[in-house]
Ligand binder design. Structure first.
Ligand SMILES: Nc1ncnc2c1ncn2[C@@H]1O[C@H](COP(=O)(O)OP(=O)(O)OP(=O)(O)O)[C@@H](O)[C@H]1O
Ligand SMILES: [Mg+2]
Length: 414
């Protein structure tokens, strides 16, 4: 009987699904030339299946790991590989210390920018029908951006200010400026702003028919706070909604006894307002329910093994193994599935044949080294890890640019 981890991780099929839907590796057919919209249609008999995303929904791959293990390099390599296979890919760095642009050897800003050289080398099936592009917005390829976390914070605080200003417009003593400055430095606000931005990017990616959103994240602790936020937010909003409901019930009881509570808008002689007692007409309740629904939708997306998967990157050293073990345990607790384990910067090449013969056990053993003490049972027993593991060798020079990343990706997805 294979041993399994002492915590239960669900296996994500998101990456596998993308690879199965995509056309075969580009190099196999039309070397050295990118397909561009406007060319002759693909040969007769090419599959005319509908867009993968129409069948399955936007996929989310979250690349995580200890600082400096190669998250950005792996995120870039996966992005290039999937784009070359005909998927429409949006790669986003949410690490405030960005280097996705460095890895792709291009300058990136906060708006999606197409990466040249990462388009598929042949048109994927279904892109065209009868010589016409079916959906003018859809072209395969890679787009990338580095999120401006400061700008997202400003936007989030501005949006909050708008809501508070609207819901409490009768409170003249409210010092909104001070309230927002305090919020800016409150724990969790940066993560909340990033999460709101991810929600917006998701809508944008769906609107523009992207197949996959790849997130390059900051080191484990910070990334984990981000990923835990949707679940925490849903609970928090539900509790606040209960408090608000109790307040409205009390207000309703007072209104029945002594008449409705009123406030004056615009100072003395201004418009008289009746404060709501019904949750359906209460603006604050509306804001809470809307927030809860948005957080819940993200949580659902991140927990769906068909759509979302973490790519966990580690190096061979013990400390990065220990951190990986803790991260996997946290992911299991949050219900976020794992798509792939990556042993990056392997100093010694693994024997591919013996690897195949052992069903990946050498790699799995290496991947769990550092936290194997948590796995009960004796060593020679095979370990039933719920996700595949790939090794990427230490490369010299360090990978930079689309072609170098395509090389790295051969260890990941070929
Ligand atoms: N397989 C590899 N072979 C050689 N160098 C690599 C490999 N993978 C990554 N590197 C190099 O290691 C360094 C760290 O890689 P990278 O920036 O991708 O890691 P990271 O986990 O994103 O780091 P951070 O936590 O700072 O965001 C970079 O200089 C990168 O070029
Ligand atoms: Mg990085």
């Amino acid at each position: 009987m294979p041993k399994s981890l002492p915590f239960s991780i669900s296996r994500s099929m998101a990456l596998q699904g993308l690879l199965e839907e995509a056309s075969p590796p580009a190099g196999a057919r039309a070397p050295g030339r990118a397909w561009t919209p406007g060319e002759a249609p693909p040969p007769a008999g090419a599959p005319a299946s509908p867009r993968p995303q129409q069948q399955a929904g936007l996929r989310l791959l979250i690349v995580m790991g200890k600082g400096g293990t190669g998250k950005t390099t792996v995120a870039g390599a996966l992005a290039v590989a999937l784009a070359r296979r005909g998927q429409k890919v949006l790669a986003v760095s949410v690490d405030p210390a960005h280097n996705l642009g460095d890895v792709l050897a291009t300058h990136l800003g906060p708006e999606p920018q197409q990466i040249t050289g990462a388009a598929p080398l042949r048109p994927p099936g279904g892109a065209r029908a009868g010589g016409h592009v079916r959906d003018a917005r859809w072209q395969p390829g890679l787009w990338a951006l580095e999120m401006d976390v400061r700008r997202e914070m400003d936007r989030y605080l501005e949006q909050l200010a708008g809501s508070v200003r609207g819901a409490y417009r009768y409170l003249e003593v409210l010092n909104l400026g001070r309230y927002l400055e305090t919020l800016r430095f409150s724990p969790g606000v940066e993560e909340q702003a990033v999460l709101e931005a991810i929600g917006r990017l998701r809508s944008l990616a769906e609107r523009d028919s992207f197949d996959v959103l790849i997130l390059d994240t900051p080191p484990t602790g910070q990334a984990m706070r981000l990923l835990s936020l949707p679940a925490v937010s849903v609970q928090w909003a539900e509790q606040l909604a209960q408090v608000r409901r109790a307040l409205l019930e009390r207000r309703a009881a007072i209104a029945r006894a002594v008449g409705p509570e009123e406030a004056t808008l615009g100072g003395e002689g201004g418009v008289r307002l009746q404060l709501p007692t019904d949750p359906r007409h209460d603006e604050v309740m509306g804001i809470l329910l809307d927030y809860s629904a948005r957080s819940g939708a993200l949580q659902q997306w991140m927990r769906d093994p068909a759509l979302c998967g973490v790519v966990m990157v580690r190096n061979p050293d013990r400390l990065s193994g220990l951190e990986t073990g803790r991260a996997l345990q946290d992911l299991a607790a949050f219900g976020i599935p794992v798509a792939l384990g990556v042993l990056n910067r392997m100093g010694r090449p693994l024997d591919a044949e013996s690897e195949a013969a052992r069903g990946g056990q050498d790699l799995i053993r290496l991947f769990i080294s550092g936290f194997e003490a948590r796995v009960p049972g004796s060593d020679p027993e095979p370990l039933d890890l719920p996700f595949p593991v790939r090794a990427v060798p230490l490369r010299d020079p360090e990978p930079s640019g689309v072609e170098a990343l395509a090389e790295v990706s051969r260890s990941l997805v070929d």
